[in-house]
Design a protein around this ligand. Sequence first.
Ligand SMILES: [Zn+2]
Length: 251
Amino acid sequence: MKRMTNTASHSLALLKIFLASLVFLALVFVAIVAFPEPAFQYRRVYQHYQIWSDRPIPRQVEQVLDDVTRRRRTSVLYDPHTPVKIFFCNAPWRMWLYGMHFSTRFGGVADVWLTRHIVIRESDIAANRIVPPGSAPLADARQRPLSYFIAHEITHADESRRFGRTMLLRYPDWLLEGYADYVGKGGDFDIDANRRLFLAGAPALDRRKSGLYRGYHLKVAYLLDKKGWTLEQLFDHPPEEKELDAWLRAW
Ligand SMILES: [Zn+2]
């Protein structure tokens, strides 16, 4: 009996060490992603944008950021006085770590929970384009230059400021991503042509088939630009996606 008690207490001690190690590693991870600056050698400041990179930052970044601002001005959440921190992760391991998805297969990400930092994948800043993951060319490349990706991600940070850090738990994906794309595209979106594609069941309008947010963008653009809803109304009472699809078909 005594022996069993000793074994149980030993197992409990091991479990405590294991859990304490997990907590410690989680804290280290949070500290690393919350303070990424020391891991990025190059820095530039332009207006309210602070840019870090693991490669030299060409001066053309200013034109890219001017275009980001042009896109963001389509948003009621745009505030030119709020600092924005953008981290270019050209090395895959940086994207894997600082992107917080443990993957390198995406264009950019915004930390809406804690820092509101923007992380962007390997990019050719002078050409205003991201280097897409994999060998396939970037889909919708003309509508999605680097400035689109940056404006899209900053809009997520703006959504988090306005609607709360827990927004991912409280609002549907079509709304959060649709609005980020609505702003990111900066008005370069033909709502009638995209609705026709939606009615025809085109894969480009289906997020699961294409990986694109065009279908979500269509829903948000329809409510804001055709039905005249405000962004506040949209976030106060987001319709069910099925209901919204029915409206789009009947429109
Ligand atoms: Zn997004």
